[in-house]
Ligand binder design. Structure first.
Ligand SMILES: Cc1cc2nc3c(=O)[nH]c(=O)nc-3n(C[C@H](O)[C@H](O)[C@H](O)COP(=O)(O)OP(=O)(O)OC[C@H]3O[C@@H](n4cnc5c(N)ncnc54)[C@H](O)[C@@H]3O)c2cc1C
Length: 374
């Protein structure tokens, strides 16, 4: 609860991914009448096909690192409320680099230690005693970094939980409403319209539409540089395997899933996806097979992995790689949430954005991440 009197009484949140669900819940917790609208079912965008590794590993600006740590802190609190949850785990993250001149594991380790980010530098032989399930033969002589404080979340499960509380608090959810459009009233964001012609009025509108944020912001006169790539997430069938940590390796990233399979992605496999002119994507069987094989190589026992499903589509990333959160100067009452690492940031960003929308007061934590920087 915020002690300031809210400056808005009704808000429409457009986008049923993690940023929209989290912001809507935090607004409802502040007693603000909130409508969450999504074009399809909830979690049907990037949040439904995310690796969702909770981390602040490697190097980034101090402000971004701090925000991510606050993000992980909120997940820790949530995990304490849901002990034993299969959809939120803090079993650490293990990462290593290729065995060539690009290997920067020693430098990254020194950096992480210098900023107090929990990190252990392990030789291939030491890994098994710290975290199970990794084939030591795939780890090069430079070793691997284990970050015990990292974890992962199953975003569709989390979104369902957040939206369930949102509805208990009186929040209204409109799914499958088609592409909502922002309407201005009296020179400010005043409503959205849905495909069926319905118009939902509001004192403020949050655009949390993932990869669609830049085009929707442009309609309001704001250019937000966009570096959104197409991403591929492959989910395996359930398998009995001891891996618990999230692995980030040169050829594949792996994280366990609640039902016992693994979620896989990598940079090379996403580059192999072909975006067709009609908005659909071509994913070759050889790409999926290659990713399964790369995953098998780094797992103990080199298990045969089989694909259960895959998700493909845009992964929202702003042009300069840093989050874009807060009000648009060009259109009063319109806010945006557009960022990579939305799994890590989802809870904290929703909390702060709701606070800012409710009070009209800027939180300094987001100062470096405003749309006004463009
Ligand atoms: C393969 C992959 C791996 C990732 N790995 C990680 C990771 O390891 N760690 C991490 O922290 N993050 C990771 N991310 C990033 C993270 O998943 C995203 O940043 C986050 O899910 C984005 O959430 P969102 O709410 O902004 O967007 P989305 O989840 O895309 O939600 C936006 C929603 O808005 C809807 N929508 C769009 N336009 C409209 C409209 N006009 N009207 C109504 N609805 C609309 C969309 O259909 C969608 O449902 C990864 C993402 C991908 C794809």
């Amino acid at each position: 609860m915020n002690l300031s009197t809210p400056v808005v009484s009704k808000v429409v949140v457009v986008g049923g991914g993690i940023f929209g669900a989290s912001s809507a819940l935090h607004l409802a917790r502040q007693g603000i009448r909130t409508v969450l609208v999504n074009d399809g079912p909830l979690a049907s965008g990037a949040s439904g096909r995310s690796l969702a590794w909770l981390n602040s590993a490697r190097r980034r600006s101090a402000a971004y690192h701090y925000l991510r740590l606050a993000g992980i802190d909120r997940y820790r609190t949530l995990a304490a409320k849901h002990p034993g949850a299969a959809w939120l785990r803090f079993d650490g993250g293990l990462t290593w680099d290729a065995d060539d001149s690009s290997n920067e594991i020693a430098d990254v380790f020194a950096h992480e230690r210098s900023i107090g980010y929990d990190a252990l530098l392990l030789s291939a032989e030491e890994i098994a005693s710290i975290t199970p399930g990794v084939d030591a033969r795939s780890v090069p002589a430079q070793g691997a970094i284990f970050n015990p404080g990292e974890g992962w979340v199953d975003l569709p499960s989390l979104i369902a939980l957040l939206v369930s509380e949102f509805q208990t608090l009186g929040g209204e959810v409109v799914t499958d409403g088609g592409r909502a459009k922002l309407l201005t009233r009296g020179g400010r964001a005043g409503a959205v319209t849905l495909d069926d012609g319905r118009e939902i009025g509001a004192d403020a509108v949050l655009l949390a539409t993932g990869a669609a944020v830049p085009s929707m912001a442009l309609d309001s006169g704001k250019t937000i540089p966009d570096a959104t790539p197409i991403a591929l997430l492959v989910r395996t069938e359930a398998i009995d395997h001891p891996l618990r940590a999230v692995l980030n390796t040169p050829r594949v990233a792996i994280r366990p899933m609640p039902a016992g399979g693994f979620a896989l992605d990598s940079a090379w496999s996403e580059e192999e996806v072909v975006a067709r002119g009609d908005g659909t994507y071509q994913v070759d069987q050889s790409t999926i097979r290659g990713l399964l094989e790369e995953a098998s190589k780094v797992l103990t026992g080199n298990p045969k992995l089989t694909v259960a499903s895959y998700g493909v589509g845009p992964k929202p990333i702003p042009g300069d790689g840093e989050p874009v959160f807060g009000p648009l100067k060009e259109l009063e009452g319109c806010y945006v949430a557009f960022s990579h690492s939305g799994a890590t940031l989802g809870l904290i960003a929703g909390e702060i954005l709701a606070d800012e929308i409710a009070t009209g007061e800027a939180n300094p934590l987001l100062n470096g991440f405003r749309p006004t920087r463009f």
